[in-house]
Design a protein around this ligand. Structure first.
Ligand SMILES: Cc1ncc(COP(=O)(O)O)c(C=O)c1O
Length: 387
């Protein structure tokens, strides 16, 4: 078995995410796509971006798709299109990547955090209503790790109050909720093409989806300097376009996305079966796919007692893991001005102390998975693995 070295210098039996393995399988097509853009010398907007937007709209069952520079910008643009600003509140989850709430704060609005459900790790719809006030301008649920949030409950509350819902679908492209693709259930969906996502670019990239033609038009104007045409400024917008090179690469990768997601799902099922066969499901919290949801497993996250010791032991065996997320946003220094304190959002705080993401990339072999499970079993002192 080949070994690799982590960014922190420790020896790993294999990487947490093997993007080199992915590239090897599609190298001729990716290289040809890059070459095509180089030959065209059309780098900003143009046919590659337009084609990708159409293809992703079809993939996510949305009427409109608008590329932008990152998932963070997608969130920012969605909030800008709603004219969110100082004096407004936007409700979201504290247990997510910083960008979900950063976009709110960036516009001078106040992020209001609602505690999470301890099983799904997503915003708990049962706690949503009490967080809403007359100044709530939007709700941002996050389809965390690749599984849809309970959108029916959220949409029911939001629709009653006529509050727009922006779905943070950065980690969940292709995930379904009662047969509907995430990103097209609320007013809009925000996607990220960060390289570690199931559909990852060769750099930053993002995209918005919506079924609302007026909102789509607003987004198109805002992401390209605030005008419908060159040198026209109707509103103050920004430069947040998806590069043609990234679009061309993503168009190749989109053709493989379902197969890759199936690979992740297969690996997730195998992990869960292995853990159960070793009795480890009595110790660990395993991902639980909710009724009506599909899970695309951008991450396979377990809840593990003595998490930090387990992570260190796995590192010692050359098994890479990650912690998503070690500190909930309401306790991050950058959000301290909001005045939250430890104990305010207990589920998010408890989950942050126990979650551990295991490698789940599609090219992962059964042998590599066995190594992970073995090492975890050894840590918890259960019987040795017999292949
Ligand atoms: C839940 C969530 N929201 C937003 C983002 C921001 O996306 P990007 O990194 O493309 O800006 C990410 C990316 O990691 C994410 O995981």
């Amino acid at each position: 078995m080949t070994t690799s070295t982590s960014s922190k210098g420790s020896l790993q039996l294999f990487p947490f995410l093997d993007l080199k393995a992915q590239y090897r399988t599609i190298k001729p097509e990716i290289d040809a796509a890059i070459q095509r853009v180089m030959e065209s010398q059309q780098y900003i907007l143009g046919p590659e971006v337009e084609s990708l937007e159409k293809e992703i709209a079809a993939y996510t069952q949305a009427q409109f798709a608008i590329g932008c520079a990152s998932g963070s910008d997608a969130l920012l643009l969605a909030l800008m299109a709603l004219e969110v600003g100082p004096g407004d509140e936007v409700v979201t989850t504290p247990f997510t990547f910083v960008a979900s709430a950063g976009a709110i704060a960036r516009l001078g609005a106040r992020p209001v955090f609602v505690d999470i459900d301890p099983i799904t790790y997503s915003l708990d719809p049962g706690k949503l209503e009490t967080a809403l006030t007359p100044t709530t301008k939007a709700i941002i649920p996050v389809h965390l790790f690749g599984m849809a949030v309970d959108m029916d409950s959220i949409m029911e509350i939001a629709n009653t109050r006529e509050i727009p819902v922006i779905e943070d679908a950065a980690q969940a492209i292709g995930a379904k909720y009662n047969g509907r693709a995430v990103g097209g259930i609320g007013l809009c969906g925000c996607f990220s093409f960060f390289p570690s996502k199931n559909l990852g670019a060769a750099g930053d990239g993002g995209l918005l989806t919506t079924n609302d033609p007026e909102f789509a038009d607003n987004l198109r104007v805002l992401h390209n300097h605030g005008g419908h045409s060159k040198y026209e400024c109707e509103v103050i917008g920004m430069n947040s376009r998806l590069d043609a090179l990234q679009a061309a690469i993503l168009r190749v990768k989109l053709r493989y996305l379902d197969a890759w997601t199936e690979g992740r799902q297969k690996n997730a099922t195998r992990y869960s079966e292995l853990f159960k066969s070793r009795g480890l499901d009595r110790i660990l919290g395993l991902p639980r796919v909710q009724t009506g949801c599909t899970h695309i497993y951008n991450q396979y996250v377990i809840r593990a007692p003595q998490r930090d010791e387990l992570k260190a032991a796995l590192r010692g065996c050359g098994v890479p893991t990650e912690i998503y997320y070690p500190v909930p946003l309401h306790l991050q220094r950058g959000f301290s001005y909001l005045g939250y304190k430890p104990g305010d959002l207990r589920e998010a705080e408890a989950v942050s102390r126990e979650v551990l993401a295991l490698p789940i990339f599609p090219e992962m072999s059964a042998g590599q998975q066995d190594l992970v499970v073995n090492a975890i079993a050894t840590f918890y002192g259960t019987r040795a693995f017999a292949p």
